[in-house]
Design a protein around this ligand. Structure first.
Ligand code: GDP
Ligand code: ZN
Length: 351
């Protein structure tokens, strides 16, 4: 397999590249972003790139390349380059910027799977997992729930009970970097050329899992003390790692809070199995709050639907609505601003 194919390059991306006016130049994938410097892996090795002015002009931060993006660049000096174009984004993980209502930040692009990692101690929180899953499904990325540190004492029954609705919808792995079999199973779930992003709080073992997945199975068993040693780096920057004969892993910095940036809560209803009941509601536009003949409320009353899952649904849906309203407002504002600028230009022209 060609080096860049292992990073996920394929015929579909090649087709997209042909639509760019810069199609004759080199292409590559962004592996790390340090402020204005982009590290790009290409068929000819690693390049340190910057953006050309027109790539930055009029763009919001979330539109600039992020880890995982495919870019076209003009190379110079063997290992430097200027990024002149970016292939249209697909399957991008976004998160809402802290302290803003609707500004979003791109975490990683061209993602196939997202490993939502939690540890089996007090970090375990099924509501937070649902929030991640809702966001990930929205982007057409496959969510996978990874419960790590299985070597610690935990109440298996309580965990199974709490995640049973998720287990029916998405793959769930219970792992420990001290139990090589569990790492092996996780590794087998990743295929060559596939991009996997790791999300979850810091300290849950994301970097340890990335390291364990990249090691040869032999090493996982023989080097435990080394790979669990204290003082391992906690990730402060995003990075991309190529697995031997398998996929591409992207480690993200600890994302504790994860504001939703979704417009449409349908996938949410499906994931939380609300839609299974909603089909039987009397009104087709039932909001499942207090409507007569609401089959969702009936399912909650009868205990068929866990009331915690139902409340989680209401909360996430409210948030999604809130986001889409503020996005709408923002777009309206942007529009009226550009209209104002157009007006002013016209007026200037008439003087
Ligand atoms: P990250 O911040 O999510 O990347 O977490 P790290 O990989 O840095 O791990 C945080 C701490 O948890 C480190 O001390 C690891 O050695 C430890 N750790 C990671 N995985 C496991 C595991 O499966 N079991 C146990 N007991 N500790 C783990
Ligand atoms: Zn209803």
């Amino acid at each position: 397999m060609n080096e860049l194919n292992r990073y996920g390059w394929n015929e579909m991306l090649n087709q997209l590249k042909q639509e760019s006016i810069h199609r004759a130049l080199s292409h590559g994938r962004v592996t790390i972003v340090h402020r204005t410097c982009y590290e790009v892996i290409s068929g000819d090795g690693l390049f340190q790139c910057e953006l050309t002015g027109s790539m930055m002009y009029g763009k919001s931060a979330s539109e600039l390349p992020c880890v995982g993006d495919w870019v076209i660049f003009q190379s110079f000096d063997d290992d430097k380059g200027i990024i002149v174009d970016m292939l249209p984004r697909q399957r991008t993980m976004y998160r809402k910027k802290n302290g803003t209502v609707s500004d979003k930040q791109a975490i990683a692009a061209y993602v196939d799977k997202a490993f939502i990692v939690q540890s089996l101690d007090d970090n375990f929180n099924v509501r937070r997992a649902e929030r991640f899953i809702a966001q990930i499904l929205e982007e057409d990325i496959e969510p996978v729930f990874v419960l790590n540190k299985a070597d610690l004492d935990f109440n298996r029954q309580r965990i199974d009970e709490a995640i049973k609705h998720l287990t029916r919808q998405i793959p769930v792995f219970i792992t420990s970097i001290r139990q090589p079999q569990t790492i092996l199973r996780l590794r087998e779930s990743i295929t060559e050329g596939e991009t996997v992003v790791f999300v979850g709080s810091s300290g849950v073992g994301k970097s340890s899992l990335v390291n364990a997945l990249c090691e040869k199975p032999m090493l996982v068993t023989s080097n435990i003390s080394q790979s669990t040693g204290k003082g391992r780096h906690t990730s402060t920057r995003r990075e991309m790692i190529l697995m031997d004969g398998s996929g591409v892993l992207i480690d993200t910095p600890g994302v504790r809070e994860f504001g939703l940036t979704i417009d449409n809560p349908d996938s949410l209803a499906e994931m939380l199995e609300i839609s299974d009941y909603a089909e039987a509601c009397r009104f087709s536009d039932c909001k499942h709050i207090d409507e007569p003949g609401c089959a969702v409320l009936e399912a909650v009353d009868s205990g068929l639907l866990d009331h915690k899952v139902y409340e989680s649904f209401l909360k996430l849906r409210r948030e999604a609505w809130h986001f889409s309203v503020s996005e709408h407002e923002k777009r309206k504002k942007d529009k009226s601003f550009s209209r104002l600028v157009d007006e002013m230009k016209k007026q200037k022209g008439s003087f």
